[in-house]
Design a protein around this ligand. Structure first.
Ligand SMILES: NC(=O)c1ccc[n+]([C@@H]2O[C@H](COP(=O)([O-])OP(=O)(O)OC[C@H]3O[C@@H](n4cnc5c(N)ncnc54)[C@H](O)[C@@H]3O)[C@@H](O)[C@H]2O)c1
Ligand SMILES: O=P(O)(O)OC[C@H]1O[C@H](O[C@H]2[C@H](O)[C@@H](O)[C@@H](O)O[C@@H]2CO)[C@H](O)[C@@H](O)[C@@H]1O
Ligand SMILES: [Mn+2]
Length: 441
């Protein structure tokens, strides 16, 4: 077995990269690195994070060959793992994804509703190109992908590379939720054995077993009903995320069967959410003024001071830990459980085989071995089928350049519903995305 690995971070200038770098340092004995490359299309962004990485690795991991580049030939050759988190169009386009729908009376959110649709139509192009670039240079590398909207990206990549078993699409939200449950229950989330089903940002925990096989879900629901729900790292969250987590209590009140993913609030309460979103100051503004600014300022400070000791680069532990632990589990065939996106193939017995579902899976050297959940009740099946139809039609709209399929997709989205509204939103998004989308005819 190989002793040390070559890893490239695609989207190396991402706001999440410092957290990822810290996770790689923290787990250096578990997933030893030979070479770490950071790759980005934006040289300036990459250089700031790269200079921070240089200081951090000099302090914590000097034996690793560390480089950053905008050259895909340098970045993607002879890699074992590709960790991917790119944002085509950057925060400038995220802001449009959120504000254009809001200006037309529809939820603007980066992965849900028409915002996620616009972002998806941009991400598909670059993600297909990336997979082709990787496979030409590292045919056996594992591509672990965070790029959003992950549900749409996962379906587009499955359609475009049906035989590629080494692309794993992931999300940090379930693990953030598990850590938050741990804090509420006063238990170490490492011991949790969750049962989960759904689509990305559209799923539910049905059970949460402890080390003895005891289901903690009833106790957890009771705690949330009386005390509400906060993220594990509530102290460092912006208000919008605290509101999002708080909505879990409302969802459980209305639909007490299962513990919902926070993103379901946009689909279950679109009118309420719309009334709470500010069309002139969205999450993109909050991130640009907050996390992005802080991360880049802190990285510049560390580089100028030649040490990371005096800065706390804002990050989310779950995000960095998940992808590194996933790579470790694959590299050493540990078969640890992760919640990941896979093709259904009977896992949810009453959904079509080709739906890209999100479920728990053991991850080992041969990829995911997912756990089925049997049949799901009508309400959840109906929700998922409608949402998946939206996701699939989005992918087909992109691949076929079809205006009609794009209109069908948006009409099916629970945040829109009305076809005339869908057309207005689609036309405005086409205008804003001319540099990124294929022409829709
Ligand atoms: N799946 C999840 O749960 C999860 C969690 C966190 C972040 N994300 C995703 O990670 C990505 C990064 O998020 P962020 O907020 O840090 O954004 P960001 O804009 O700070 O970082 C993205 C980086 O990708 C670069 N980039 C854009 N196109 C590229 C391409 N074709 N090749 C290489 N690099 C490219 C950009 O220049 C930028 O530096 C987004 O897609 C975000 O949605 C997903
Ligand atoms: O609005 P953002 O850019 O802060 O976050 C968007 C992402 O939100 C989810 O992830 C985590 C995030 O990684 C974490 O740091 C924290 O702030 O909470 C979020 C929810 O737990 C989501 O899973 C991602 O897909 C989004 O990109
Ligand atoms: Mn996610």
């Amino acid at each position: 077995m190989k002793k040390a690995f070559n890893i490239v971070l695609v989207g190396g200038g991402s706001t999440w990269t410092p957290g990822l770098l810290k996770a790689l340092c923290k787990m250096k004995t578990r997933l030893p690195l030979n070479k770490l490359v950071m790759f980005d299309v934006n040289a300036e962004r990459q250089a700031v994070i790269g200079e921070y990485a240089k200081v951090l690795f000099r302090e914590e991991y000097p034996e690793v060959e560390l480089i950053w580049t905008t050259d895909k030939e340098v970045a993607l050759r002879d890699m074992d793992f590709i960790f991917c988190q790119m944002r085509t169009g950057g925060y400038a386009m995220r802001e449009k994804d959120e504000k254009i729908p809001l200006s037309l009376g529809v939820i603007g959110q980066e992965t849900c509703g028409p915002g996620g649709f616009a972002y998806g139509m941009r991400s598909i192009r670059d993600m297909i190109e990336l997979v082709n670039d990787v496979r030409a240079r590292s045919p056996q590398a594992w591509i672990l992908n965070y790029t959003n909207p992950a549900a749409i990206v996962a379906d587009a990549l499955k359609k475009s590379f049906p035989d590629d078993e080494r692309i794993i699409n992931i999300c940090d939200q379930p693990v953030n939720l598990l850590r938050s449950y741990g804090r509420l229950l006063g238990r170490d989330p490492e011991i949790f054995d969750p049962v989960y089903f759904g689509l990305n940002h559209f799923g539910w925990f049905t059970h949460l077993y402890d080390e003895n096989g005891h289901d903690l879900a009833p106790e957890l629901k009771a705690i949330i009903a009386s005390n509400g729900f906060k993220p594990v790292d509530a102290e460092q969250r912006d208000q919008s995320w605290l509101d999002t987590y708080a909505a879990v209590a409302d969802m459980l009140h209305d639909f007490p069967d299962y513990l919902p993913n926070t993103y379901l609030q946009y689909y279950l309460y679109p009118e309420y959410k719309l009334s709470k979103l500010d069309p002139n100051f969205t999450r993109a503004n909050e991130v640009i003024n907050g996390r992005e600014k802080r991360v880049f300022d802190e990285c510049r400070t560390a580089a100028a001071e030649g040490t990371t000791k005096n800065v706390h680069v804002v990050h989310n532990d779950a995000h960095g830990d998940m992808i590194v632990e996933l790579a470790e589990s694959i590299a050493f065939n540990l078969k640890k459980k992760f919640i990941v996106m896979v093709e259904n193939n009977g896992l949810v017995a009453n959904l079509d085989n080709d739906v890209m579902v999100e479920v728990a899976a053991e991850m080992g050297a041969n990829g995911p071995r997912p756990f089925g959940v049997g049949k799901i009740p009508t309400f959840y099946k109906g929700m998922i089928e409608q949402q998946f139809a939206y996701e699939r039609l989005t992918v087909e709209a992109y691949l076929e350049g079809s205006y009609t399929k794009a209109l069908m997709a948006l009409t099916l989205n629970r945040t829109i519903v009305d076809a005339k509204k869908a057309r207005r939103v689609l036309d405005a998004l086409i205008e804003a995305n001319r540099d990124y989308w294929p022409e829709l005819k």
